[in-house]
Design a protein around this ligand. Structure first.
Ligand code: SF4
Length: 447
């Protein structure tokens, strides 16, 4: 059962990785959907959006043909509004809160409408924002992901000169490197970063990594304030025997490779086990199947009721033919000639709630054995513990501690996004970047 690349034809790769949520075909289709909106007075859809986009307003602007105004309404709250319209789990955010759900009717397709308005502006490179004149202040941002660039855009709008230090050779962070390729394309991610920086006053220095090419002390010395949007690192270890075998891979690295290589170059097994049931696990499982794996089994130690992904995401995996193994926890990976051959799992039962509020899984004493040649680890990501400790940043197990949403224990140093929350949605990182910018603007005005 070899792990190998080039399992499919070019046509099959293209078909399997084409966009899962296509845009409206034409203006009429967008208008029909927009005019369904009830423009609710206390719009619950807004409360479902972490960046509080004024959804009825932007939908109303679509109905009146004011696409630029509609895009402005979206971008003023969420500069990643184009990307978020593709990758947000809207079924638990804006669309999940639409009043139509209470009427047992299909909710407004908010994400698709948002894409309709924002794509036009990004594709046409329309200028939506004007930067205020420079106020003579400089801010360094580490990380050109959603938190960093959201912070950068707000600061630049207010006339702050921003330099972003990014360890990769492209911007976009999680949006560019960490999400299934059939949700958002690399071309769109590049266009979105260009759109964000087109306001001016934002310079991105690529291949610049905190702790390698730059230090926090240098940034503190050369800039008026620093924002850390450094994200989180690789997948958590399983800490079970056999984890070092060839064929055990990290979901983050697997998805990163898919996002940065030709699909035909990505090796995948015949029989793949994915450990975890969050969005990254779903993305790893579905993409394994779409790369040509015969069998993909997702392993989760609790039951379906406690899954971390949404039902929509689970349905995507099921439709792709992935199998679910509920109430199973990896115990050992057995190899042959240094390669993965078997995954042994404890069969679990659920007890009283643990510290997470979910029922605690405990082994029943029974085990199951799955014949596999690839194991993908997707049970959460590890923060950069050593890095934050090196700089004396207060943290809890590597997650940077902040007060007032973004202020670290070091004066003039702010942080947000996954580096603080340990890994949430892109849209949460965008809001964290806005919060950071707001705190930095107050700090700059006082200093
Ligand atoms: Fe429109 Fe639904 Fe929001 Fe009401 S809750 S304003 S119907 S999108």
């Amino acid at each position: 059962m070899p792990i190998k690349n080039k399992r499919l034809s070019e046509e099959q790769y293209t078909h399997n990785f084409s966009e899962i949520h296509p845009p409206f075909e034409n203006k009429e289709a967008a208008l029909v959907e927009a005019t369904r909106c009830l423009f609710c007075y206390d719009a619950p859809c807004i409360k479902g959006c972490p960046t509080r986009i004024n959804i009825p307003k932007f939908i109303k602007q679509i109905t009146t043909g004011n696409i630029q105004g509609s895009a402005h309404t979206i971008f003023i709250s969420n500069i990643f509004g184009g990307g978020c319209s593709r990758v947000c789990p809207v079924e638990k955010l804006c669309e999940g809160n639409c009043v139509y759900n209470l009427l047992e009717e299909k909710p407004i397709e908010i994400a698709r409408l948002q894409r309709w308005a924002t794509d036009k502006i990004i594709n046409n490179k329309t200028r939506v924002f004007e930067r205020k004149p420079s106020i003579g202040k400089k801010v360094a941002i580490v990380g050109a992901g959603p938190a960093g660039l959201s912070c950068a855009h707000v600061l630049s709008r207010e006339g702050v000169d921003v330099t972003v230090f990014e360890k990769e050779s492209k911007g976009g962070g999680l949006m560019t490197f960490g999400i299934a390729a059939y949700k958002v394309t690399p071309e769109f991610c590049a266009a979105e970063v260009d759109f964000i920086t087109s306001i001016g006053g934002i310079e991105i220095k690529y291949n610049s990594e905190l702790g390698k090419n730059i230090t926090l002390e240098e940034l503190q010395k050369n800039y008026d304030a620093v924002y850390l949007g450094i994200g989180v690192g690789l997948a958590n270890k399983l800490n079970i025997p056999g984890e070092e075998l060839e064929g055990v891979v990290d979901a983050i690295k697997f998805i990163y490779d898919i996002r940065t290589n030709s699909l035909a170059n990505i090796p995948v097994g015949n029989k793949v086990a994915v450990i975890g049931m969050g969005m990254t696990a779903i993305d790893a499982a579905t993409q394994s199947k779409r790369l040509g794996a015969d069998e993909v089994t997702m392993i989760y130690r609790r039951s379906e009721s406690e899954k971390n992904c949404t039902q929509v995401e689970l349905d995507i995996a099921l439709l792709d033919g992935c199998k679910m193994q509920w109430l199973a926890s990896p115990k050992e990976i057995i190899g042959e000639n240094g390669k993965v051959k078997l995954l042994v799992c404890d069969v679990m039962k659920l007890g009283l709630p643990d510290h997470t509020g979910k029922p605690a899984p405990t082994p029943t004493g029974e085990t199951i054995r799955l014949e596999v040649d690839m194991v993908i680890k997707a049970t959460g990501q590890s923060p950069f513990v050593d890095l934050v400790n090196t700089y004396g940043l207060e943290n809890i197990k590597g997650k940077i501690s902040v007060k007032n949403k973004s202020q670290t224990n070091i004066n003039g140093v702010y942080a947000g996004g996954d580096a603080v929350n340990g890994g949430k949605e892109v849209v949460d990182a965008v809001q964290a970047g806005k919060d950071g910018a707001s705190a930095i603007l107050s700090f700059l005005s006082d200093s």
